[in-house]
Design a protein around this ligand. Structure first.
Ligand code: KPL
Length: 293
């Protein structure tokens, strides 16, 4: 298939490389202004990808959009004229809330949402490391997206394990719960994920999870606080040596995904008149840091 990866950061480069190895014709669309980009995955020979070619974009059967959430609307608006109306658009990023703007922008394109637990680390601009095996879930976000179950085979063939989720929102909410718990706290304190296991963070974490759980239930998600707590603890443990993406964004003075993680939670909480003071305080703290730059 013709696949264009829009926003080849760590996860995007990883998928580009595996999809290329699986025999697909993969191109990139990136902020780098060169006609080609080299990507090396782990110790494999570097692969050459066409970059920012409008003709290739027009021929894409699938757009794998791995941009960070705050960039999705802006970048897709800027390239919309080069996207065929039948091209499948797949969003894969932390946080929620971008699907509505993409639906408004490209109402006819099949829209698929994805969440992955694969670990990827960009050692340098052209070198990506696959740091942890994970699972990828795909699901439809609009009517045309429901016809895209075959993508499971396409993506599974490149990088297992991939599954289709009929209620992808449930999976995205569970990931949002993890990100609400881990990302702002590690960013504010500039600590590794594992440090959240210290007793000093226990009450705050519990309060974050309790608020997220109430909002999830109001959104019709079958959430149980004890299960969310166990899931967050498991991720803190499994990624204890990692710095979260928000910790890294704040450390490098880059705009974080807070509006699409805690910000999205707060929007939903407001809709249901649920008060979420702990998450609100974390949201404000991150915004204050970003505004101080
Ligand atoms: O998704 C993550 C992130 O850093 O954004 C977690 C799961 C917290 C791993 O670090």
């Amino acid at each position: 298939m013709n696949i264009t990866v829009v926003g080849p950061g760590a996860i995007g480069s990883l998928w580009a490389s595996y999809l290329h190895d699986a025999g697909h014709h993969v191109c990139l669309w990136s902020r780098q202004n060169t006609a080609a980009l080299m990507v090396q995955r782990d110790d494999h020979p570097a692969q050459r990808f066409t970059n920012n070619d409008p003709q290739s974009l027009l021929q894409a059967d699938i757009l794998l959009v791995t941009l960070k959430a705050p960039l999705v609307e802006q970048v897709l608006s800027s390239i919309r004229q080069h996207i065929a109306p039948e091209a499948i658009v797949m969003l894969m990023h932390n946080g929620m809330g971008t699907a509505d703007s993409v639906k408004a922008l490209m109402p006819d394109n099949p829209l698929v949402l994805a969440t992955t637990t694969h670990g990827a680390y960009r050692k340098s601009a052209n070198h990506v490391l696959h740091t942890g095996q994970g699972k990828t879930l795909l699901g439809a976000a609009n009517h045309n997206g429901k016809q895209c179950g075959f993508l499971v085979d396409v993506f599974n063939h490149a990088l297992t394990e991939v599954a289709w989720h009929d209620e992808i929102d449930h999976a995205l909410w569970n990931k949002l719960a993890i990100n609400c718990a881990i990302n702002p706290l590690t960013a504010i304190h500039q600590i590794r994920n594992g440090e959240l296991a210290q007793t000093e963070f226990r009450d705050q974490l519990q309060s974050i999870i309790n608020e997220v759980c109430c909002v999830m239930q109001a959104e019709g998600i079958d959430a149980v606080e004890a299960n969310l707590t166990a899931m967050v603890d498991q991720v803190i443990h499994a990624t204890s040596n990692n710095f979260s993406s928000m910790e890294q964004d704040i450390a490098h003075q880059r705009t974080s995904e807070i509006d699409f993680i805690t910000g999205y939670l707060i929007k939903c909480a407001n809709k249901h008149n649920i008060s979420v003071p702990t998450n609100h305080a974390l949201y404000k703290a991150i915004k204050q840091i970003e505004q101080s730059w």
